[in-house]
Ligand binder design. Structure first.
Ligand code: 1BN
Ligand code: ZN
Length: 354
C-alpha cells in the first residue's frame, strides 16, 4: 500500500506543487512577513546615582538659628550678626566665601546690604547656581497689628537659606565633580507693596516701577556678579520652602524661561513621591530674584516657591505677618524640598539630569 503511494506519480506532482506554493507564501506573502522585524532597541542603561540623605532636622536647626538673631533687616545689628554667622558656616563647610556689600536704594531710603556668595570649587567651569534671599521684611504690612515692625521671616527668607546650608554641608561629606555657587541675596523683601487703590501691588498684574523696589540684591548681583562674566548651566531659587501646608505649583517666569529644567525638577519630585506638593499647575508670575538673574545673566533659573492659595492670599496667611516665625515651619517640607534639590544636583554632577 505504502509503496504504491510512493510510486503514484500524480500524487508526487501534487505534493511538490503544494510545497512550491506554500514556501514562498510563508516566507514572503503572509501578512506581516514582508515588514522586516525591527531589531529591538535596548533602553539606555539606567544610571543609578547615589544621592546622600538630606537632613531635615539640621535644616530646621538652621532656620531656628537665623531667626534667633531677630529680623534680618539690612542696616540693623541683627542683620550684621546673621551675615557673620552665615559666612562662618559656609567656611566651616569648606567653601570659598565672597561678601558683596552694596547700598540698597529702598523706597524708604538707602540701607547697607550684602550679598553672600559661597563657592564650591570656584576653579571649575561647569557650575550650578543655588540661591535664596537671606534678608527679612522690614514691616508686617499684611498683619493686623504691629504692621510697622519687622518680621522674623522664618519661611520668607530663612527656609531657603537653611536648605542651601544643609546642601553645602552635604557636599563637604559627599564631593561631586562640578562647581556649585550658593548665592544669598540681600534686600529682596524691602519692596513697596502700597498702592493708591488700597489693593496690594502683589495682587496687581501690572509691571510698574514698584516691581523694581523688590529684589535689590539680585538686581545688584546680576549687574555686577562677583566674577565678571559669571555663568552657570542653570540656577534654582528657593523662596518660602518651609511652611506647613506649602504647595509648589509651577511658577510662571520659570515655566516661560526655563521650561526644560522646571519639567525635570517636577518630574523628579513626582518620582520621589512628592506629587501632592509639587503640583502640575501654573502658579502665576512672581517677580522674584530669579527674574533678574535670568534677565541680566541669561542663566535659566527655576523658582521653587510656595503658592498655596489663589490671589490675594497667594503665599499663605503668615506671609508678611508676625506669624512668619518658627511655629509655621514644618521640617517635613524642608526635607522634601531638600531631597528634591539634592537629587537634581547629584544627577547633574553625574551627567544624567536631562
Ligand atoms: C517673595 C516673598 N517675594 C517677596 N516675599 C517676592 C515678591 C515680590 C512677590 C513682589 C510678589 C511681588
Ligand atoms: Zn517676602
Amino acid at each position: 500500500m505504502a509503496s504504491s503511494l510512493f510510486r503514484n506519480k500524480r500524487l508526487w506532482i501534487v505534493a511538490l506543487l503544494v510545497v512550491a506554493l506554500a514556501v514562498p507564501y510563508i516566507m514572503y506573502l503572509r501578512p506581516g512577513s514582508r515588514t522586516p522585524k525591527p531589531t529591538p532597541v535596548e533602553p539606555p542603561p539606567k544610571v543609578v546615582v547615589n544621592v546622600p540623605p538630606f537632613n531635615a532636622d539640621t535644616a530646621f536647626y538652621f532656620v531656628g538659628k537665623q531667626v534667633s538673631f531677630g529680623p534680618r533687616v539690612p542696616g540693623t545689628p541683627a542683620h550684621k550678626k546673621c551675615a557673620a554667622w552665615l559666612v562662618s558656616e559656609f567656611r566651616r563647610f569648606g567653601l570659598e566665601v565672597v561678601e558683596q556689600p552694596f547700598v540698597a536704594k529702598t523706597y524708604f531710603g538707602p540701607r547697607d546690604a550684602v550679598n553672600i556668595i559661597a563657592q564650591y570649587h570656584p576653579e571649575r567651569t561647569n557650575r550650578v547656581l543655588l540661591c535664596a534671599h537671606w534678608d527679612s521684611r522690614h514691616i508686617a504690612d499684611k498683619d493686623t497689628k504691629d504692621t510697622d515692625k519687622p518680621i522674623l521671616g522664618a519661611d520668607d527668607g530663612a527656609s531657603g537659606v537653611a536648605v542651601l546650608l544643609e546642601i553645602a554641608r552635604i557636599l563637604q561629606q559627599h564631593p561631586v565633580e562640578i562647581g556649585v555657587d550658593f548665592v544669598l541675596f540681600d534686600a529682596e523683601d524691602l519692596g513697596d507693596d502700597r498702592s493708591e487703590s488700597g489693593q496690594s501691588v502683589m495682587a496687581q498684574a501690572s509691571n510698574d516701577q514698584k516691581t523694581l523696589t523688590w529684589c535689590l540684591g539680585s538686581q545688584h548681583w546680576a549687574r555686577t556678579p562677583h566674577r565678571p562674566g559669571y555663568t552657570a548651566q542653570y540656577g534654582i531659587l528657593l523662596d518660602m520652602v518651609g511652611a506647613r501646608g506649602a504647595l509648589f505649583p509651577r511658577e510662571g517666569y520659570s515655566a516661560q524661561n526655563a521650561p526644560g529644567l522646571q519639567n525635570r525638577i517636577w518630574e523628579i519630585a513626582q518620582e520621589l513621591g512628592y506629587a501632592g506638593y509639587f503640583i502640575n499647575r501654573p502658579g502665576g508670575y512672581i517677580t522674584d530674584d530669579h527674574v533678574f538673574v535670568m534677565r541680566g545673566l541669561r542663566i535659566p533659573v527655576v523658582n521653587i516657591i510656595s503658592i498655596p492659595n489663589p490671589p490675594p492670599a497667594a503665599f499663605g496667611a503668615h506671609h508678611h505677618t508676625h506669624q512668619d516665625n518658627l511655629d509655621v515651619i514644618d521640617r517635613n517640607v524642608l526635607g522634601m524640598v531638600g531631597h528634591v534639590v539634592t537629587t537634581v544636583l547629584f544627577r547633574t554632577a553625574a551627567g544624567v539630569l536631562m
